[in-house]
Design a protein around this ligand. Structure first.
Ligand code: FIX
Ligand code: ZN
Length: 443
């Protein structure tokens, strides 16, 4: 179903004066409106083994691995020695059988199993494994996107990754529902080794930024932009990120990324506040959070008024400041409730705060899904919190003397779920809207 064909069987311009009608309509529109998922770690089917799906992958998601170590008596070494299926069995037994799966990540698996009609309280993974093994991949992908109400999935694409490169360099196309985002972490956060890698590939790059280094790195990026046609460039940044920083990161941003953003008219997404490897023994599950300095992003926005920035902060403490910064800089678009913030209590709080300070000029959520079926739970859970926050704000407006119409609710949700992103990245309506998206989320 496309958004333009949403039909609620009632006059679109009738004012919703009744609170119960109002809430019901908001919930319905939020459930049914297709969303562009602007940041995921999913891959199009053409990427083969990089594209993760199924119960063993769902259960060994790094969020659940971290939680398992809190309840299971097992050493890191023993856990990492296990096969993926053995790890999944342990996670299931620990978090779903011996404990009640009330954490957000654990409940997410329950939501997924339930969506596919599977036993959510099974003693083992037999039934779930059979189910996922029996799915036709293409049909299953369509079903998941439909259940989640996702029209377009934006991937995270690393130009230094050899596995990805093989696909990008091949001559087959990529599923049109998947779009690229050019991830800059290796260049921006690991400059020394990125410089060595580029030099090894024949680019005239040296770690001291001598000669034509900046021009050569830009030449490397130009090639990848041509290949991937990304919607934006992105980087994750630590809690102590500063700008100006007087370091290699500063030079890469200033001399490579910002000129590339201008030349290709590509927005630059900043994901700030991650403390990588707080507990390395947990491997991918070992990253933490720290409060960052939002004024660094303000300075980037002020100095580069002609560049469009997307920004998300990992610390709850930074959320209000980010809203205030966005009020000051029209070239700054806050997005998502990232990672440790993607819990109903915090999504509700952040969404309410953003509506109060920014109206509908922000992007409420992205999924960060790594495993295909996570789209189902992440969007179902987020939609519920977003609907509540939005309904509360319309109710307050009603108290002040202004009832909204059905059409206004649809306009607002469409703006937040796809319109703001489309406008920011210059993405035409042809992608998500013209293609029929069967939104099953409402059922
Ligand atoms: O940097 C990122 O894009 C993060 O989202 C990931 O690194 C993180 O591991 C994650 O999956 C969070 O949801
Ligand atoms: Zn991510």
């Amino acid at each position: 179903m496309t958004i333009s064909s949403l039909d609620f069987g009632a006059a679109p311009h009738a004012r919703l004066n009744d609170r119960a009608d109002l809430r019901r309509h908001v919930e319905e529109v939020v459930k049914r409106t297709p969303v562009i998922d602007l940041h995921t770690h999913l891959y199009a089917p053409e990427f083969g083994a990089l594209s993760l799906s199924g119960i063993d992958e769902l259960l060994t998601y790094h969020y659940l691995v971290a939680e398992t170590f809190r309840s299971a008596r097992i050493s890191y070494e023993s856990f990492w020695r296990m096969s993926r299926a053995e790890q999944a069995d342990l996670v299931w037994r620990t978090l779903f059988v011996e404990n009640t799966p009330v954490s957000e990540a654990a409940r997410g698996v329950v939501t997924v199993l339930d969506a596919f009609g599977l036993d959510t309280a099974a003693e083992d993974l037999h039934e779930a494994r059979e189910f996922f093994r029996g799915q036709n991949a293409a049909e299953h992908l369509g079903r998941v996107l439909g259940l989640a109400g996702v029209s377009d999935v934006v991937m995270t694409n690393d130009p230094f990754d050899a596995q990805e490169a093989r696909v990008w360099e091949g001559d087959g196309g990529i599923d049109r529902r998947f779009r690229a985002a050019l991830r800059m972490d290796r260049l921006i956060n690991g400059w020394e080794s990125a410089a060595a890698e580029l030099a090894g590939r024949g680019f005239g790059v040296d770690a001291g930024f001598g000669g034509a280094t900046a021009a050569e790195v830009r030449r490397f990026l130009d090639v990848w932009i041509e290949r991937m046609r990304p919607l934006y460039m992105a980087v994750s940044l630590p809690d102590d990120f500063n700008y100006p920083g007087g370091d290699a990161r500063d030079r890469v941003i200033r001399e490579v990324v910002l000129p590339t953003a201008r030349e290709h008219s590509l927005p630059f997404a900043l994901m700030v506040g991650v403390r990588r490897g707080v507990n390395p023994a947990l491997r991918m599950a070992g990253d933490g959070v720290g409060r960052a300095d939002v004024s660094a992003v303000e300075r980037l926005c002020a100095e580069n008024a002609d560049v469009r920035f997307l920004a998300t902060f990992l610390s709850r403490e930074n959320q209000h400041e980010l809203c205030v910064s966005a009020r000051k800089f029209p070239n700054l678009l806050p997005f998502g409730c990232w990672w440790f913030l993607n819990n109903p209590s915090i999504v509700s709080e952040i969404t309410a705060e953003r509506i109060e300070l920014l109206g509908t000029s922000f992007i409420p959520q992205h999924s960060d899904a790594r495993i295909l079926e996570q789209l189902v739970y992440k969007w179902k859970h987020s939609r519920r919190s977003i609907a509540n926050a939005l309904a509360d704000s319309y109710e307050r407006l009603l108290e002040s003397g202004r009832a909204v119409t059905r059409a206004e609710v649809e306009r607002d949700v469409t703006r937040m779920f796809s319109g703001n992103f489309r406008a920011w990245v210059g993405m035409g309506a042809e992608a998500g809207e013209a293609r029929a998206v069967e939104v099953l989320a409402a059922e």
